[in-house]
Design a protein around this ligand. Structure first.
Ligand code: SF4
Length: 285
């Protein structure tokens, strides 16, 4: 029912980039842009399925059309299924404001490469914030189980925590892989799904990273300094209130331990044995 109310759209084919892990260039080798979608909007919620929405040669025209639709209340919101290309945002920072005015919600930008890119990624996030977005409604796309090793991915995750943005994690699968029997509840091997052992990934690390991201996103969404399974089961807001009032991390830990509440600290690298190492944000730079 809900799905029927959504207008699925594409304004471009292909992509201007050629990322090593992506199959778009093989499937759609030619890049094409539409200059208008005026006659095509039939519903009030729009999801764009472009590979690289912002790279449209007529992106300003498309966004201006959407801004007019929004003003006229002909549309409620828009989403982009793929992330926005942060390099285009940096070239045209005014697009941040236009996206917001056009009703785009939960914008996502990709951080596919190493931790070293963090300054550039922060600049891209800031463009969206200057456009009117809240940090916690911005998502960073992160490809894991790929060439970036687990520890470096954890440092990237912790950086997102520091910024207060959420993560949209994406498990790498090779382009020629036909079957994928990934099961988050089972121990598995490379026979079940692709594990990128070349970069040191194991089944346990793949699953641990997924878990760390999920738990961290809950912390970011609700402004919690810790994640606890108990928060999911019980009345977590009530349980969190006294913890938030405590001034230091040590006091919070003492309180949680005294109450027998299980907790996880998102600001430390957490390995697949469930243990954290003392590599906090400051040391991860
Ligand atoms: S920018 Fe996105 S769609 Fe384009 S090649 Fe890279 S990953 Fe694929």
């Amino acid at each position: 029912m809900f799905i029927d109310m959504i207008n699925r759209k594409r304004c471009t084919r292909g992509c201007i980039r050629d990322c090593a892990f992506c199959g778009v260039r093989k499937i759609e080798p030619d890049f094409e842009s539409k200059s208008s979608i005026k006659g095509e909007i039939k519903k009030r919620k729009i999801v764009f399925y472009d590979n690289n929405f912002l790279s449209n040669d007529y992106i300003e025209d498309i966004l201006n059309e959407l801004i007019d639709f929004k003003k006229e209340k002909k549309i409620l919101w828009c989403e982009s299924q793929s992330g926005f290309d942060g390099r285009v945002l940096k070239e045209k920072p005014y697009l941040g404001k236009m996206l917001k005015k056009a009703g785009f919600r939960y914008p996502r930008i990709a951080w596919d490469w190493g931790y070293v890119q963090f300054k550039e990624i922060k600049e891209q996030i800031d463009i969206l914030c200057e456009g009117g977005y809240n940090f916690k409604n911005i998502y960073i796309f992160m490809l894991y189980n790929w060439a970036i090793p687990f520890e470096e991915m954890e440092k990237k995750r912790i950086k997102c925590l520091e910024w207060g943005v959420q993560i949209a994690d994406c498990r790498y699968r090779p382009l020629d892989q036909i079957s994928d029997k990934y099961n988050s509840r089972k121990e598995q091997t490379n026979e079940d799904y692709h594990i990128h052992t070349e970069a040191g990934w194991t089944d346990a690390l793949v699953k641990q990273f997924r878990k760390n991201v999920r738990q961290q996103n809950i912390c970011v969404r609700h402004g919690f300094p810790f994640y606890s399974k108990d928060f999911e089961r019980k009345k977590f807001r009530e349980m969190m209130r006294p913890v938030k009032l405590l001034a230091t991390k040590e006091e919070k830990i003492r309180y949680l331990e005294k109450k027998g509440i299980s907790f996880w600290l998102p600001d430390e690298i957490t390995y697949s044995d469930g243990k954290s190492r003392n590599e906090k944000i400051g040391q991860a730079k």
